[in-house]
Design a protein around this ligand. Structure first.
Ligand code: AMP
Length: 325
């Protein structure tokens, strides 16, 4: 057993108030892990005050339900803060996390930065939700779970692992997913909420296929500017989802979606097979996982520079390795 789990459980028992934080632009894992753990703690310790304290939300995942109102600053000072699924402090959506008496970092990203008084970081886990499932499984004689908590956790496990396809999915991932399914999750409704798309999103998808480009060495990329987002009536999240449209191109081991933000900066979503892209992302204010990272650029010329860097990286990778597709 990872000894940090016991330390975190002891801390949870010690505090009457627990505030739970996650990164901005929350995905299924950020929302699932925070809501899932909150639900387990509320069921197990009904006398404790457990609040989700976040400032940025997801329309796509709104079906999982809302979160708590932000508490006044003075409510933070006697609380334990749990910061989940967030590699660096500046990515936490609610910067009031600093006001908590003590902080725990619980995450599965490459640990580019250590923060908090206690840490449980396992970068080989497929999701933070998998870690929450592991936490429950380890202490299941003490902790309580229900269908709702399991649904949150399973939603994050499914989405962060690309439906259990990514390389960090292990036998234990599947066993823990099984443990969640045994709580009676309605998977028909969950998958319908996660994977059905609006008609206009299909129109956008076909447009993307026409517009995407590929470099000499096989980096596929596309740029979704604000005009396109308006034309297809896209939410920020459905524009960003376009990165997955490029994932099945043979010989293209790196693919990148550039999405123009409201303020003119450009969100970069990097994905890869076999090749590590997190170091490339770190050079552009980003980070993440070996094969799924994010970054930011501020101009078309910086965008081109990143594409050229990715092309160089892929060229080198192909020269030095065999067996890729
Ligand atoms: P995204 O393309 O935004 O889904 O990001 C892919 C992965 O990289 C996710 O696990 C993010 O949490 C992580 N990530 C995205 N942007 C950053 C960043 N600026 N710094 C560190 N990690 C990031």
């Amino acid at each position: 057993m990872n000894e940090n789990m016991q330390i975190i459980l002891n801390k949870i028992k010690e505090y009457d108030k627990i505030l739970i934080f996650r990164h901005f632009r929350p995905d299924g894992d950020a929302i699932g892990s925070t809501k899932g753990l909150a639900e387990i703690l509320k069921l197990t310790y009904p006398e404790k005050k457990i609040y989700l304290q976040n400032c940025d939300f997801s329309d796509y995942l709104a079906f999982l339900g809302g979160e708590d109102e932000l508490l006044p600053d003075e409510e933070y000072s006697d609380a334990l803060g749990l910061c989940m699924d967030t590699a660096t402090e500046k990515r936490l959506s609610n910067q009031k996390y600093k006001l908590c008496k003590e902080l725990v970092k619980l995450d599965h990203h490459i640990p580019v930065e250590s923060y908090g008084d206690y840490q449980w970081v396992e970068e080989e886990r497929s999701s933070t939700c998998e870690m929450v499932a592991k936490f429950y499984d380890t202490f299941k004689n003490e902790l309580k779970i229900n269908k709702q908590a399991a649904t949150y956790i399973y939603a994050g496990m499914v989405t962060d692992s690309g439906r259990f396809r990514f390389r960090d999915v292990s036998g234990e991932t599947m066993r823990l997913a099984g443990l969640m399914l045994e709580q009676g999750i309605d998977t028909d409704t969950l998958y319908a909420n996660l994977y059905l798309k609006d008609f206009n999103e299909f129109k956008f998808e076909s447009y993307v296929y026409k517009k995407m480009k590929i470099t000499e060495n096989g980096v596929a990329y596309l740029y979704v500017d604000k005009r396109m987002q308006k034309k297809f009536k896209l939410s920020r999240e459905s524009a960003s989802a376009s990165v997955s449209y490029m994932e099945k191109i043979k010989n293209s081991l790196i693919w990148i979606a550039f999405i123009e933000n409201e303020d003119g900066s450009i969100r970069v979503r990097l994905r890869s097979r076999f090749v590590t892209v997190s170091e490339l992302a770190e050079r552009y204010e980003g980070g993440g996982h070996a094969c799924a990272s994010g970054a930011t650029v501020y101009s078309k010329s910086e965008l081109k520079k990143l594409v050229n860097d990715a092309d160089e990286l892929l060229k080198k990778y192909k020269e030095e390795h065999d067996g890729w597709l």
